[in-house]
Design a protein around this ligand. Sequence first.
Ligand SMILES: Nc1nc2c(ncn2[C@@H]2O[C@H](COP(=O)(O)OP(=O)(O)OP(=O)(O)O)[C@@H](O)[C@H]2O)c(=O)[nH]1
Ligand SMILES: [Mg+2]
Length: 376
Amino acid sequence: MSESDLDLSDAEEETPHAEMKKLDIQGKAAEASSSSKKPIIIIVIGMAGSGKTTLMHRLVAHVQESGKRGYVLNLDPAVTNLPYGANIDIRDTVKYKNVMKEYGLGPNGGILTSLNLFATKFDEVVGLVEKRAPELDYVLVDTPGQIEIFTWSASGAIITEAFASTFPTVVTYVVDTPRSTSPVTFMSNMLYACGILYKTRLPLMLAFNKTDITQHQFAVEWMEDFEKFQDAVESDKSYNANLSRSLCLVLDEFYQNLRKVGVSAISGAGMKEFFETVDACGQDYMQNYRVELEQRRKDKEQREEERKRVNLEKLERDIAESKGEPVVLASASKKDVLGEDADAADVAEEEEIYDSDVSGEVDDDDDNEDEKHYRY
Ligand SMILES: Nc1nc2c(ncn2[C@@H]2O[C@H](COP(=O)(O)OP(=O)(O)OP(=O)(O)O)[C@@H](O)[C@H]2O)c(=O)[nH]1
Ligand SMILES: [Mg+2]
């Protein structure tokens, strides 16, 4: 794929290039970061239409009004109207409609591939945030409407891990409160949130949105009183009682240490509590998650070292056996490159990405920052 096919025109070729050179992203930014103050990254995830983007707008406005410094990322390539000004917008780097055309994909495939393409540039994004880190309090990240595209894709994991290995990172799971008043819908939503917790292994908070329509007290009661929740679920006769009892037990365990807050992106209710909860999750990250994360990173590095050692030994053996004859190396499989955990879909995706000629730059919209208005 050529640069023009991806239509990187909006990324203003000269400006980001020059900007990147000026900032020396890959070099100096990384150096500057380690000792300086770290902002909290807030990754906003939720079912389609739960209000992520509207909530982002409200959060950005609140950060500004309370004299804090925020940095804003949009990772939804398909959003048409962004109500807030993003410092980094995936749409400036990848045009998802062109990606759809280029690969003959439908809308979801187009969004997924766009995110994959952007993920290949994510070290630059982290570099840009690191450069600004000392003067920032929060980094707000909006994600695509189709939740599974972010939570179950290789690129979602790459992006989340890239942030979490550098900054305190919190996942905010946005719940559409009026649409979760049925116990079974509520349970499905909570099981999804539970899956995200286990997948990201990061502090997770629930933001019950749209409290201007329905207050979230019923949800708090269900979460704090196991029997009330079980009664509510079992009152739905269409549901298998044994299964619902088991699921209630699983969720009760999940609720134990889960932080939750009611908000309204429209009225602005609950903003103070939202940020208090984010700060508490940020502390959780520093006290509990960081240690585990570093251990996981060390384990991964060890596995990588081991893999390299085995390959090197194999190469030395091949050379010795060839006794001076030219050695023909079998090309490394994609599994070798991507690691043992890569599944067939990952491999296929990576082939698509790396076989294409993608050279878009990540556009940091810093220069216009003062002109942005986060007002309703
Ligand atoms: N009443 C009310 N409506 C809300 C609130 N938050 C969002 N909405 C509405 O919910 C709809 C979806 O909001 P979005 O912010 O686009 O939701 P989203 O999760 O970003 O949607 P996708 O990115 O398309 O999945 C819009 O019509 C919003 O106006 C809220 O707090 N109260
Ligand atoms: Mg949205």
